[in-house]
Design a protein around this ligand. Structure first.
Ligand code: NDP
Length: 321
């Protein structure tokens, strides 16, 4: 079907935007229905415990958004905000008590943790059955083996976005730029599980543009504002921009946003920053077939998938899934 065609070979065409908001709303509605059903049939209300350490303002916003979204779908939540002076032993004690509690289904430890705390040790302490972020080595291993697991929320959200936008994954040439534990690596695993032919790039990749330009599906998570330009994109490709970077410089905004620059400059003057992805939107628009905007793309899906994982955890622990 022409509208579902995977590769658009007309390089003059402005890329279609893939809106994460609509897909996130759909996933949240499904989670709401599941929560209602769990209550009606089993008198179970899923509960998410969010743990945050220190005063990082971005982390505080992320956790607040997750708590608010939980309430919207009927998931009960707890916010454990610990002071920056909390040590590993105190944090491990809290995790142990949350692991033991039968009324807690999901545990999320907001990253980054203060430098003095060994994050790997904390992640490994979370009960894998309550690991709704999908970061515990057991879940990472299960994902790598292609077995059912809690998949990390951001890459799982990307898969939902592709599926629900009618973009085929099986057989596609997919390139993931970035190999972090939370985005790049699990993204590559999920794409492989869905029969894409996957290439993973990172800071040591030689001639990055030559590799990315071969991809039908380009997924970027590197944390560099507007880094991926026209030369990196195959005409007609689908470009998924996971990056979330704050840009405060008006000149940078002007360079990245072309016709939309004035709107962004207004946001900078009001708020002090504007959110920018890893892809140069003006350049991607001239070459790509589809792309996700920032904000309004992948970010909203991350929270929606966390809610879905929490419902899944509540069901799994009770043998309902
Ligand atoms: P990390 O810093 O953990 O990893 C960045 C990765 O990008 C590394 O693998 C690094 O390579 C690679 N990289 C850096 N520079 C280049 C380059 N010039 N060329 C090729 N590869 C490069 O970042 P995260 O994965 O945590 O996050 C990436 C972005 O995604 C950030 O902007 C973050 O804010 C955003 N993000 C968004 C989320 C959402 O919900 N939308 C959720 C999580 C993250 P190497 O391994 O060699 O160092």
């Amino acid at each position: 079907m022409a509208t579902q065609s995977f590769i658009d070979t007309d390089p003059a065409r402005r890329a279609q935007l893939l809106h994460g908001a609509a897909v996130a709303a759909q996933i949240k509605l499904e989670a709401t229905r599941e929560v209602e059903r769990l209550w009606k049939d089993h008198q179970v209300r899923p509960c998410l415990a969010a743990v945050r350490v220190g005063d990082d303002p971005a982390s505080a916003v992320y956790v607040r958004n997750k708590i608010k979204a939980s309430a919207e779908v009927g998931i009960r939540s707890e916010h454990h905000a610990l002071t920056a002076t909390t040590n590993s032993i105190e944090l491990l004690d809290l995790i142990a008590s949350l692991n033991d509690r039968d009324d807690v289904d999901g545990i999320l430890v907001q990253l980054p943790l203060p430098a003095e705390i060994d994050a790997d040790k904390i992640i490994e302490a979370v009960d894998p059955q309550k690991d709704v972020d999908g970061f515990h080595p057991l879940n990472v291993g299960r994902l790598a083996l292609g077995r059912p697991a809690f998949a990390p929320c951001t890459p799982a959200g990307v898969i939902e976005l592709l599926d629900r936008s009618g973009i085929p994954i099986a057989g596609a040439g997919a390139c993931v730029v970035g190999r972090s534990q939370i985005v790049g690596r699990p993204m590559a695993q999920l794409l492989l599980q869905r029969d894409a032919t996957v290439t993973v790039c990172h800071s040591r990749t030689r001639d990055l543009a030559a590799v990315t330009r071969a991809a039908d599906l380009l997924i970027v998570a590197i944390g560099r504002p507007g880094f991926i330009g026209r030369e990196h994109i195959k005409p007609g490709a689908t470009v998924i921009d996971v990056g979330m970077n704050s840009v405060t410089d008006e000149a940078v905004a002007r360079e990245l946003f072309g016709a939309d620059a004035e709107k962004r400059i207004e946001i900078i003057s009001k708020r002090g920053y504007t959110l920018v992805g890893d892809v140069n939107p003006a350049e991607a628009d001239a070459v790509a077939g589809r792309r996700t905007p920032v904000p309004g793309g992948v970010g909203l899906l991350t929270v929606a998938m966390l809610l879905r994982n929490t419902v899944k955890a509540a069901k799994l622990r009770r043998g309902m899934e």
